[in-house]
Design a protein around this ligand. Structure first.
Ligand SMILES: Cc1ncc(COP(=O)(O)O)c(C=O)c1O
Length: 541
């Protein structure tokens, strides 16, 4: 079925002859099947097309087709011997404990088999546990088992990169094989202070031994200090502590609607909020109701009424959308999930002025952009804009705990009375202690300034790269988007191979958002690997 494993690549097969290429494509289909069975059908099917293409491209470029055929032959053979044993198992589960490294490869040195590059060795492990060639992962047993269990028992509502993280510190992640990656995702900007920051950890442990949860039915001794610090740093009178970012967005929406009726005099149930195309405010029904992204909405209607979307950056459209029934404009000062979209210079300031003119609240969702991410404490700060409601989350939890908040001044916050809004976990002692420590780190380590400095260096270097793959480099501080002419996933995979974890935010945009504690050496590490990955992907036919 696989053809003769010992067959060497022939000149016809490299010549571009249509018959030879058809044969190559057929072989590659078989190879893809072989790998699918080896590494887990479910995981592989999702990548099947990309991987198939990559194998074809790589095979043609590197002349390793016969070697790959051989390894796939081994895979199928191994699979065959276990076929009976796994017959009774759930077919969707990948066969376990089968890894190409479990047996010496037939053709001799494994290095020759799936890649012409040397095997990457685990930085801290004594044993090489995985083998990887562009786009093709052969995972360690443990990684495969964990991925299989995740897919077996967890809903498939994410498509993560197949890196199973076991440990993290500062800007670095280690997977279960001991391979090290520079984290350029930072849990979607939730790890601004770096992984496992000792000061936040100490607060977590210390508080964890005293009291962690009271609910707001009682008062606790940690929340007041946390709220004092938060309001002082953010510059507002009061805060509503919540947990996830989307809950803080919900809080702001409720507050704005309440204000619309109680203060502005909008007729009951008529209040509208203007939002922006490509926004991302989370995943609850009100957030997806505000969304314009078809994938986030499909099959989830009916939606909450009262949202009107206009193009991000278009002042005239915003002016037209605001009516007497508009209670608020809800904006991300830089759209993160939407593709790291930076508005035109002066836009936020003009939006602020328009809101004042038309008696409309400005709600700024700084869940992703806040706490130094863009090189200022808040992205609105770049234009001296103070929103009426500031929405924060992610980094407030110091990478340890979900902590979010909506902040406003007394007049507005006074519209919430007992029972109007709340959360069992919001403001709990553990969350308060952790967030208090995270704020200390953000301020005392001057993370906004560090983000500004490192971000400027990365942006400058990325913009200097001349490659047809890069259409645009945009962003502020350490929230950087690279618009590509190829699927961003391809570059993400090439970076992963080189020890950099970065993920696409839109299909053609790769987001680079490392922890703000990144130092010059790690910046250099990133730039070197990024240039290499771009060059490697660019060389593909
Ligand atoms: C701007 C913005 N708002 C809200 C959210 C939702 O935050 P969470 O996932 O913590 O609910 C996100 C998450 O990515 C976000 O980027």
């Amino acid at each position: 079925m696989l053809g003769d494993p010992g067959r060497q690549h022939s000149t016809e097969r490299e010549s571009g002859d249509p018959h030879a290429l058809a044969e190559l494509a057929r072989d590659c289909d078989v190879i893809v099947d072989g790998f699918a069975k080896l590494v887990g059908v479910q995981t592989f099917q999702r990548r099947r097309k990309t991987v198939g293409m990559t194998v074809v491209r790589e095979a043609r470029r590197k002349h390793v087709i016969s070697a790959i055929v051989e390894v796939a032959g081994e895979a199928l053979e191994l699979h065959g011997t276990r076929a009976h044993a796994v017959k009774e198992q759930d077919r969707t589960l990948p066969p376990r404990r089968m890894h190409v490294r479990d047996r010496p490869p037939r053709g001799g040195d494994a290095r020759m088999v799936a890649s012409d590059k040397p095997l990457e060795t685990a930085e801290e492990g004594s044993q090489v546990k995985f083998l990887k060639s562009d786009g093709v992962y052969l995972l360690s047993d443990r990684a495969r088992d964990l991925i299989a269990d995740e897919e077996r028992y967890g809903a498939a509502n994410y498509a993560p990169l197949d890196v199973v993280v076991e440990r993290a510190e500062g800007v670095w992640l280690w997977d279960v094989s001991g391979k090290r990656y520079l984290d350029c995702i930072s849990a979607y900007s939730a790890v601004n202070v770096g992984h496992c920051h000792p000061r936040v950890y100490a607060a977590l442990v210390e508080q964890g031994q005293r009291v962690t949860l009271t609910s707001r039915a009682l008062r606790n001794d940690r929340m007041p200090g946390f709220l004092e610090k938060l309001t002082r740093i953010c510059g507002y009178d009061k805060a509503v502590p919540m947990n996830t970012g989307v809950e803080a967005v919900e809080t702001a929406i409720k507050l704005a609607r309440r204000w619309g009726y109680a203060a502005k005099g909008i007729a009951e149930n008529r209040a509208e909020i203007v939002v922006f195309q490509n926004n991302f405010h989370g995943r609850t029904m009100s957030a997806v109701s505000a969304s314009t992204t078809p994938e986030y909405r499909a099959g989830f209607g009916p939606f909450l009424p009262g949202f009107v979307a206009v193009p991000f950056g278009d002042m005239d459209a915003l002016k037209d959308a605001i009516t007497a029934e508009t209670c608020a404009v809800l904006i991300e000062p830089i759209q993160g999930e939407g593709g790291v979209n930076v508005p035109p210079e002066g836009y936020l300031r003009r939006v602020r002025e328009l809101c004042d003119e038309r008696n409309v609240l400005l709600l700024a969702d700084e869940v992703q952009t806040g706490f130094g991410r863009t090189g200022d404490m808040f992205a609105c700060g770049h234009e001296g804009v103070r929103p009426d409601v500031l929405i924060v989350g992610k980094a407030l939890g110091g990478g340890y705990y979900p902590v979010s908040a909506a902040l406003a001044d007394d007049e507005l916050m006074g519209l919430f009375g007992p029972g109007d809004h709340g959360s069992t976990f919001g403001g709990n002692p553990l969350a308060s202690a952790v967030a208090d420590a995270a704020l200390d780190v953000i301020v005392s380590e001057d993370l906004a300034a560090r983000s500004q400095r490192a971000g400027a260096a990365i942006l400058r270097a990325l913009r200097a790269i001349e490659s047809p793959l890069i259409a645009e480099v945009r962003g502020r501080g350490l929230l950087i988007g690279i618009a590509l002419t190829i699927p961003a996933h391809d570059l993400s995979e090439a970076l992963l191979e080189r020890g950099v974890a970065a993920k696409d935010t839109r299909p053609d945009v790769l987001r680079i958002a490392p922890p703000l504690v990144i130092d010059d050496a790690a910046v250099a590490y990133f730039l070197e690997r990024f240039a290499d990955a771009v060059a490697a992907v660019g060389r593909r036919p």
